[in-house]
Design a protein around this ligand. Sequence first.
Ligand SMILES: CC(C)(COP(=O)(O)OP(=O)(O)OC[C@H]1O[C@@H](n2cnc3c(N)ncnc32)[C@H](O)[C@@H]1OP(=O)(O)O)[C@@H](O)C(=O)NCCC(=O)NCCS
Length: 169
Amino acid sequence: MTADPRDKLRRAVEETFRKGRTAVSDALLTPNIVIRQFTMDDYECVRQLWEEQGVRLDPSLSREGIARRLERCSSDLFLVAENRGMLLGVVVASWDGQQGWISHQAVDPTSRRLGIGSKLVEEVERHLKALGARRVALLVSRDNLMAQDFYQHRGFHVEEDQILMTKDL
Ligand SMILES: CC(C)(COP(=O)(O)OP(=O)(O)OC[C@H]1O[C@@H](n2cnc3c(N)ncnc32)[C@H](O)[C@@H]1OP(=O)(O)O)[C@@H](O)C(=O)NCCC(=O)NCCS
């Protein structure tokens, strides 16, 4: 059986947390984080990350669906976070000509609270701004308090006077 390439970092991070997280340990873990465009070679790791978060892998998130998306959309809006070849985070955004949308963000559970999610959002916001976006929006489940805290920390606010309406086509 092939070893999961993220196991080594997972063990290192668990060890760090066992010993007590400090500014020094965070600094040692995060400087090597690289934010870069997704490529199809990342697909298996990204799919695994989404699966671990319970993301429903509908056809648009299949290998073929993602390949089609990359043909249509700017790859600046599909980013991953990597540490020494280990994929630790992902974010997908889109631009509808009016505002940007962020979706499918996930950070490996053993690497959270190290600023990786923030780096991904900062970078995708930079690309959305360059496209002309003056606003960015996202949908969060009502019970996902962790994500709500995270996005509020990143400057997002809840639109109290709006409701989500959807229709299957
Ligand atoms: C939400 C998520 C992407 C955040 O990633 P992350 O790398 O841990 O985020 P950061 O380290 O950049 O966090 C920045 C700040 O956000 C806030 N935050 C992040 N996670 C939080 C949590 N679990 N509880 C409370 N606040 C949190 C904190 O203020 C944090 O700063 P601090 O660590 O200095 O206190 C990550 O927790 C995740 O993958 N969650 C599961 C998937 C998910 O819910 N995705 C969103 C779908 S809408």
